[in-house]
Design a protein around this ligand. Structure first.
Ligand SMILES: [Zn+2]
Ligand SMILES: [Zn+2]
Length: 81
């Protein structure tokens, strides 16, 4: 197991399912995509719509592309060929 990242801060959380341990499975709250009090991830940092996350359950670290984010929308309409 990796150590928790020094940037891990309980004040910065994201509700994304973990691709490593899938600990949300069987949880009714998560299946409704609500903010579960048990299954959340540390939001280490983000770059535009890309979130850098760490799972507190298994300490797995990964990047999650949300497709939308703080730095504005991606203009997909212009390359619809
Ligand atoms: Zn996990
Ligand atoms: Zn849950």
């Amino acid at each position: 197991m990796l150590p928790l990242d020094p940037q891990a801060d309980i004040g910065r959380r994201a509700w994304v399912t973990c691709p490593n341990c899938s600990d949300h499975q069987g949880c009714a709250t998560c299946e409704e995509r609500r903010r579960c009090t048990r299954h959340w991830r540390y939001l280490l940092s983000n770059t535009g719509s890309m979130l850098h996350l760490q799972c507190p359950t298994c300490t797995y670290v990964w990047d999650h592309e949300t497709g939308f984010g703080a730095s504005g929308r991606r203009n997909r309409a212009s390359d619809g060929r």
